[in-house]
Design a protein. Structure first.
Length: 487
């Protein structure tokens, strides 16, 4: 690692409100990787928006590779900085080689680009850094972690000076995490600086020596590997040393509400038979996040089953789309719940009202303003929303408020079965409490809840039953399902 400073930020203010940067100080050198850890709304996304050139500098001073910025300038060295968020920037219709060539071709290639030579070069890179992928694969065929790795490889080829990872590793399986760590190590060896912003982290993976805690837009504490203390870290991160899960009440009954028989999926699930009772909370665990996700998406109607049968409330259940599953009484919350689980242009009451409109509206479809006003009066005080934000668009609310909107609307809709991807994964203490209370309310009303996770601790004390369906590569190994009850 070189000692040359790449980025220096002094008393920086960017954005507005609780989620902006306020009096933020930070620095990073070439070849260094720094963990930036903070709960949702701490200012990590404001940092991302500034480096992307979206937000102007309101106060302070920023120096990037000896070029200085002052207010009200926007960051303009975006060609030397690569920001990677959960939503991939790859063009899905193009191959991996074409996606890499979009950027690198401008710098390293003159004249016409020969596809055969391009594919040969990209295949060499993939064999070195991301084995298992080929240059001819389309971006639409890749998993989310693979897309992030290809974006990192593109940054490496583009000779970036700084890479910012905006909480991208939520939902990664253990194998994906190992591959990502190997690739990040290769990026560091090229003297590229890396900022890894995360909500909850397993500190000091071997790549980092410095960890910064971000709170309300301020860098409140810096830890080094030699002086790191988990309890002190928790206190700075959460404002409390209480990090254990609250054990929820079990509402499981003896009435079977959902069952599968000899279910087989496209890649991982084979001969999966199970039964879920009314009010039962079930965890789907796979350390690599493959088999459990496939099983959950088959149940939610997002992926097709090859063989086998499913029954919901003693009726044949075979949804081909999520809409069909909802009509049958099942609901689905994806892993990117804070974005896709809400309509960002509607306020919180309108979002909550959507799933129950058919039951509360005149003639089943006409908007009932009285019902919507009742929801606003009844539930505003129970949620993480200020009275002055009652009419604010949901997309502008905090991630905690958006999460409560997603969960509250399904609590009121009372589906028979709710499938949740990574609902309890990488949550800070505040988000965990929201999740526990919501799951408790759903189960108490008789809804059966399925939650996927790649870390067993995310399911402990939350689920009544856990199905362990570990997958290995592309082998269909999930038929070796282990059932853990009364966890």
């Amino acid at each position: 690692m070189e000692s040359t400073e790449v980025l220096y930020m002094q008393h920086v203010k960017v954005g507005s409100g609780r989620a902006g940067l306020n009096d933020f100080c930070f620095h990073i050198c070439r070849g260094e990787m720094v963990e930036l850890c903070g709960i949702s709304g701490a200012g990590k996304t404001a940092f991302y928006n500034y480096l992307m050139g979206y937000e102007p500098l309101k106060s302070g001073r920023v120096t990037f590779c000896q070029k200085s910025y002052g207010p009200p300038e926007k960051f303009s060295d975006t060609g030397d900085v690569v920001c990677i968020s959960r939503k991939s920037s790859l063009i899905h219709a193009l191959t991996i080689a074409e996606n890499l060539c979009i950027i690198t071709g401008r710098r390293k290639v003159r004249g016409f680009i020969r596809r055969k030579q391009l594919n040969y070069r990209i295949n060499l890179l993939l064999q070195q850094y991301i084995p298992g992928l080929s240059a001819e694969m389309r971006a639409s065929e890749l998993t989310t972690p693979q897309k992030h790795m290809v974006e990192l490889l593109r940054a490496l080829e583009n000779e970036a000076k700084l890479i910012y990872l905006d909480d991208i590793m939520v939902g990664y399986g253990q194998m994906d995490l190992q591959k990502m760590e190997r690739l990040l190590a290769a990026v560091k060896e090229k003297n590229i600086a890396i900022i890894c912003a995360r909500r909850v982290m397993r500190p000091f993976s071997g790549l980092t020596r410095r960890l910064n805690v971000l709170s309300h837009g301020v860098n409140v504490k810096t830890f080094y590997e030699i002086d790191f203390d988990q309890n002190v870290f928790n206190q700075w991160l959460l404002g409390s040393d209480t990090v254990a899960w609250l054990r929820r009440t079990s509402y499981k009954t003896e009435t079977v509400i959902f069952e599968t028989s000899h279910l087989t999926g496209e890649n991982y699930i084979t001969d999966l038979s199970m039964s879920i009772c009314r009010g039962e909370v079930v965890g789907f665990y796979d350390m690599n996040n493959h088999a459990n996700i496939e099983a959950a998406r088959i149940v939610a109607g997002l992926q097709k089953k090859y063989t086998g049968s499913m029954h919901l409330c003693n009726k044949n259940y075979c949804p081909h789309r999520a809409e069909e599953a909802v009509r049958a009484g099942a609901a689905y919350i994806p892993w990117y719940y804070d974005a896709s689980g809400i309509v960002e242009t509607l306020d919180f009451a309108e979002n909550i009202y959507l799933p129950i409109m058919r039951r509360m509206s005149h003639f089943g479809w006409i908007k009932n303003q009285k019902a919507e006003d009742f929801i606003k009066r009844e539930y505003l005080s129970d949620m993480d929303i200020l009275p002055e934000d009652a009419d604010e668009k949901a997309g502008l609310l905090s991630v905690y408020a958006r999460m409560e909107i997603v969960l509250k609307k399904w609590i009121l809709a009372a589906p028979k079965l709710l499938v949740c991807e990574a609902l309890a994964e990488d949550n800070d203490m505040r988000m965990r409490n929201i999740v526990v209370r919501a799951v408790d309310a759903l189960a108490g009303e008789g809804t059966a809840v399925i939650i996927t996770a790649h870390d067993m601790k995310d399911l402990m004390n939350l689920c009544d039953t856990v199905y362990v369906m570990n997958s290995f590569g592309n082998e269909k190994r999930a038929q070796r399902v282990e059932v853990i009850r009364n966890v």
